[in-house]
Design a protein around this ligand. Structure first.
Ligand code: CMX
Length: 136
């Protein structure tokens, strides 16, 4: 498997607007995109810092994964996403090594990336995302 960099860090928040204001006004970053991902039941806001992005996540559904995460653990870092080449074979490789896959096949995530999640119970407590930009 070939991981090139941390593509983004996902951060669960209660209120996207309030969180955007903090990242812009206090930390001086610029939100360059807001996108709803219906499949994942979230509204997202993106910031770039170097090669890495921050993805703020506000739930759009009380039964969605981000709403459930906040209910149980509060706001905070939700997942870590690695950029990979050949996401299908990367998934096969980690599954062969005993990692529990949430997504056996990649699906479409924000920004048109192909994404797949690995279960935090088999990745030392970190919800891990593999993603690939097939347009690159
Ligand atoms: N990070 C670390 N641990 C997490 C977690 C997270 N983000 N979310 C849940 N967990 C833990 C729970 O605390 C719980 O642990 P304990 O039993 O020790 O309390 C355990 O995982 C629960 O596992 P589960 O019963 O199998 O599953 P849940 O119904 O709680 O769902 C998860 C958890 C990760 C399987 C689910 O949230 C999921 O499928 N996530 C992938 C999709 C997703 O998160 N989408 C939102 C972001 C989309 C985007 O980036 O665009």
């Amino acid at each position: 498997m070939e991981l090139s960099h941390i593509e983004h860090i996902g951060i669960a928040v209660n209120n996207l607007e309030e969180a955007i204001a903090y990242y812009e006004d206090t930390l001086g970053l610029k939100c360059y995109a807001i996108e709803e991902v219906t499949d994942q039941k979230v509204k997202t806001a993106f910031f770039k810092i170097g090669q890495t992005k921050l993805e703020l996540l506000e739930s759009t559904d009380p039964e969605g994964p981000v709403a459930k995460f906040i209910e149980k653990r509060g706001q905070g870092i939700h997942h870590l996403a690695f950029a990979t080449k050949g996401i299908e074979s990367a998934l096969e490789e980690v599954a062969d090594k005993g990692v529990r896959l949430i997504d056996k096949q990649p699906r479409k995530g924000a920004e048109g990336l192909d994404i797949a999640f690995l279960h935090p119970k088999s990745t030392f407590g970190v919800l891990t995302e593999l993603c690939e930009d097939k347009n690159k």
